[in-house]
Design a protein around this ligand. Structure first.
Ligand code: UFG
Length: 336
């Protein structure tokens, strides 16, 4: 199966947060499948230079009137992908008000605008962080959701709002619970560029390239085989591809689904560092520090439902490809 998965036949699709890391890859995938992404973004975290496949509207989701006006400008659009969010877990613990306002109020404003403009299909980016600490690995979608972080709590609140809109107003939706988005498009022109960057793979690549500080490894005393946290790393183009599958499934009548987006494979922080050293040929200088607040011991998906309901299996998510594409992107960005 290729990334040219489904003919979108020139359809316009609103991508809220389309200037962000995952959003830009979703937009590219929509364009590669014949559609036109219309980006809504306030460009606080997203980048205008990452909007390349269609028009954009600069809009802040916290502004209800402006959000409605943006939807009214594109009132024939039926399908909306919503990825805009505050994502930095530590910041959420310190500034919960801003997190609830941006994530929860912002999502409510989208839902209200969608209802008014009769846009009936929503694909929402939720997170494995909605599950919380549990030994039940791999995680099934039916696992109890008891989020540990404010970030996870905001995403769970949005999941509940979407379910209510489905029940009361016939909104069709697919809620994706992403595991660790990683890697970059093979072209090297879009990739992960958060500021500040908190994620493992870009931070380790930066340290390997000598472009910044030594990496800090947050905790080696976890109850895992090597003492470091275990995560499920899925390539960002697989996440993007899953959205195309979701659009097709909704066109074919799917009206409601919560779906994990992971590979089912867990890697520890030390395994990631080793793989980065192998791919780049460079050592990753790091210091061991204490645990980072909010980190869970291990998270990896049971990925069966995505295959059953959407016919989706990851195509790009070997660890080597994830690291190689992230490395190519960073080298291009740094001009090395
Ligand atoms: N880590 C380090 N050093 C770093 C960065 C990360 O040791 O500089 C460790 C973390 O402690 C964790 C693992 O690497 O054990 C992965 O950390 P990331 O920050 O890359 O990813 P998370 O699992 O924390 O984050 C993912 C998503 C986030 C989302 C979060 C919610 O990437 O966007 O899940 O749990 F907010």
């Amino acid at each position: 199966m290729s990334d040219q998965e489904y003919d979108l036949k020139g359809r316009e699709i609103i991508v809220v947060g389309g200037g962000g890391y995952i959003g830009a890859h979703v937009c590219k995938m929509i364009a590669e499948n014949g559609g036109t992404p219309i980006v809504f973004d306030n460009f606080q975290a997203g980048h205008k230079h990452a909007v390349k496949w269609g028009p954009y509207v600069t809009v802040d989701l916290r502004d209800r009137a402006a959000t409605l006006a943006a939807f009214q400008q594109h009132k024939d659009v039926e399908t909306v992908v919503h990825l805009a969010s505050s994502i930095e877990v530590g910041e959420g613990e310190k500034q919960p008000e801003g997190f609830y306002e941006n994530n929860v109020s912002g999502a409510l404003n989208i839902l209200m605008a969608m209802r008014q403009t009769q846009a009936d299909n929503l694909i929402f980016s939720s997170t494995c962080a909605t599950y919380g600490e549990t030994q039940n690995m791999p995680l099934l979608e039916t696992e109890v959701q008891n989020p540990f972080s404010v970030y996870g709590k905001t995403k769970l609140a949005i999941e509940h709002m979407i379910q209510s809109y489905h029940k009361a107003y016939d909104l069709n939706y697919v809620t994706f619970r992403y595991f660790n988005a990683s890697g970059a498009d093979a072209s090297g022109d879009i990739g992960e560029e958060h500021d500040p960057e908190t994620h493992l793979i870009p931070n380790a690549l930066k340290a390997a390239a000598g472009r910044g500080n030594r990496m800090k490894l947050f905790g080696t005393d976890y109850d895992t085989p090597d003492g470091t946290c275990v995560r499920d790393y899925i390539h960002v183009n697989d996440i993007a591809l899953a959205h195309i599958h979701a659009i097709r499934a909704m066109d074919e009548g799917l009206s409601q689904a919560e779906v994990n987006l992971g590979t089912g494979e867990g890697y520890s922080v030390l395994q990631i560092i080793k793989a980065i050293e192998e791919v780049t040929g460079l050592p990753v200088p790091y210091d061991v520090g204490p645990r980072r607040e909010g980190d869970l011991t291990q998270l990896f998906a049971n990925a069966a439902r995505a295959e059953e309901i959407l016919g989706f299996t990851p195509q790009h998510s070997s660890l080597e490809n994830i690291i190689q594409t992230a490395w190519n992107f960073h080298k291009t960005k740094w001009g090395i």
